[in-house]
Every structure is written in C-alpha cells, then in structure tokens.
Design a binder for this molecule. Structure first.
Ligand code: ZN
Length: 79
C-alpha cells in the first residue's frame, strides 16, 4: 500500500507502479502513482531551487572575492 496516502495497490497496479521509469529510475516504490508523481515533482523543483541557490552563492562568492582582490574591479562587476 502507498506509503503516503495509504492507497492499496492491486498486483497490477503494484507492477505498473514499480515498472515505471521516472527520471533516474524508481526511487519511490512504496508510493502510488499519484503520490509518486507529486513527490517527484517536488524533488525536481527542489533540485532546480538548489541549483539556483548554488549558482547565486557562487556569484556572490565571486563578487566578494573580486571586491576583496581589488576595489575597482569589484565595483565594476557590481554595476
Ligand atoms: Zn498515495
């Protein structure tokens, strides 16, 4: 049965749900299709958010290093 909403799997549904290849494979064999879809969407969004956060962090670090290395360079990058 589904680990999230508690929906029971029939054998067919179980096979179908475990056979589906989502993204990098089935990481959620204990979720029904609906919950798995929601979970995967959340995870995908989380990955996107994480990438954006890391990218922003990297840019901030670069800007901080640039302004530390030389004042005029940092200011020029900022403007
Ligand atoms: Zn479910």
């Amino acid at each position: 049965m589904c680990g999230d909403c508690g929906q029971k799997f029939t054998d067919d549904r179980w096979k179908a749900s475990t056979a589906v290849e989502w993204d990098h494979g089935d990481n959620h064999p204990h979720l029904c299709d609906d919950c798995k879809y929601r979970t995967l969407e959340r995870e995908q969004q989380a990955r996107v958010d994480e990438r954006e956060r890391q990218e922003q962090e990297r840019q901030e670090q670069e800007a901080a290093q640039a302004s530390k290395a030389g004042g005029w360079l940092g200011r020029r990058r900022r403007s």
